[in-house]
Design a protein around this ligand. Structure first.
Ligand SMILES: [Zn+2]
Length: 179
């Protein structure tokens, strides 16, 4: 997946009803964290191996990190952050499985599993991906995130209903003066 990890992370936070402060930045950061390996891929490794073979793209690594973190921070104030972080990383790996390939069975199997294989039909690999029909999935995720963002904006715009205060009705009763 090329562009939709960030909006996917945004959509993920909307699934949580009680969102503590800074949950959204945490989710956004972890939704793109595995792709920081591109720095190593381009600048150090010289694009020798597929960056999805680095440990930050391997589910078994995150399963261990996630389990240890959940056990360590369960029922503390950090637990919602750990949950959203691990969920965001695994959402990244699932989305990368559409066309990029993920080592789901590593370390037992060295196969990059992907749902659809994109053939290099264009002069540059980027065009092969962007002009493939699977790129519609990325556009749909962007569309969903935008719709959720606008929906939340509209909800925030609705003015708070004024409190209805029961005011006792005082009636003045004219009584006849004593004659
Ligand atoms: Zn990735």
């Amino acid at each position: 997946m090329l562009t939709a990890h960030l909006p996917a992370g945004y959509c993920l936070t909307k699934l949580m009803k009680d969102r503590p402060p800074l949950l959204l930045p945490v989710a956004l950061f972890f939704s793109i964290l595995p792709d920081f390996d591109l720095i190593w891929f381009f600048l150090v490794d010289g694009r020798q191996i597929h960056h999805h073979r680095y440990w930050v793209h391997i589910p078994a690594f995150w399963a261990i990190v996630g389990t240890v973190s959940l056990v360590a921070f369960w029922r503390t104030w950090l637990s919602p952050y750990v949950v959203i972080a691990i969920a965001a990383v695994f959402l990244h790996l699932v989305l990368d499985s559409l066309v990029g390939g993920i080592l789901w069975l590593s370390p037992w199997d060295n196969t990059l599993y992907q749902l659809i294989t994109i053939r290099p039909t264009k002069p540059h690999w980027l065009f092969s991906f962007v002009l493939h029909w699977t790129f519609l999935a990325e556009l749909m995720i962007w569309g969903l995130a935008l719709a959720l963002y606008r929906q939340e904006g509209r909800a925030a715009e609705v003015p708070a209903q004024p409190e209805v205060v029961a005011v006792p009705v005082v009636r003045t009763v004219k009584s006849r003066p004593f004659e």
